[in-house]
Ligand binder design. Sequence first.
Ligand code: DGL
Length: 269
Amino acid sequence: MDNRAIGVFDSGLGGLTAVKELHKILPNENIVYLGDTGRVPYGSRSRETIIKYAQQDIDFLIKKDIKMILAACGTVSSTLPREISSKLPVPYVDIVLPAAQEACAMSARGRIGVVGTNATLKSNAFGRAMRGIRSDIHVYGNPCPLLVHLVENGMIEPDNQITTLAVQMYLEPLIKEKIETLIVGCTHYPLLYETFNRILDYKVTLIDSGQCAAKAVRNTLLKNGMLSDRTEPGTTEYNVTDEIETFDKTASIFLGEPVTGAVNRIELL
Ligand code: DGL
C-alpha cells in the first residue's frame, strides 16, 4: 500500500485526457499533474531538447514525492531513452507500449495506422514496439503537426471546417492503406475523436494511448502492491508553467469534468 500521489506530465494539457481515465479507474488515488504549457508543443523540437525538457518535468515530479510517473505525452514517450527512464527511483510508464499491445490485440489483419507529432513518428517507437509483439503487422504512420495547435486553440468542434480539412489531409493516406486500427499516439487528439470517426466513417478502431496508459498505471501499482488504501476520493493538483487565468475552462474540456483541485503556476529549473 502506498498513499503517495501518481505523477503525470505532458508538454501541455493533452495529458489531462489520461488523467480523465485515471479518475475513472483509480478514483481514490491522488494525482500531481504537470503541464509544461509555457513550452508546448514539444513535438517539433529536437531530440536533445525534448529529452532535456522531459528530465526537468520528471525532476519536478520526483521532488513532489510521487510514487510513480506516467509520461502522458506521445512525444516524450517515444523520445526519452530507456537508459534514463529505467533508472528513475520510481516506476515509470509511458503511452507507447500499452497502446502497441492493445493495437496488436485488436487488429485481426494487422494493418495498423499511427498518428502523432513529428518527433513521435520520426522515432518510429510505436512501430518498433508493435514489431516486438507481432511480426506479421503492417504499420502506416503519418505525422499530424497541425493538430496540437488546433486543439490548443479550441478548434475541436466536429463541424469546424479547418480542423476537418486538416484531419482529412492527415488520415487520407492511411485510409488508402486500408488500416483497420489507428493508434492515436498523441494525448491531445482524443478531443478530435468525433472528427476522426466521421472521416474514417466509423470503420477504424481508435486506440486511445492515454486510456491504455492509465490501465498500465493501475496494473503497475497493483503488481507492486502500491495502490492507495484511501476510501475517500483522491485529489488532483495541477501545475503549469504559463498563466493560469484560463486554466479551469480549458482543462475541464480535456478532463470532461470541472477542475476541483489546486492550480499552481510553477517554474522548471
Ligand atoms: N500531448 C503531446 C503528445 O502527446 C503534445 C505534443 C507536443 O507537445 O508537441 O505528443
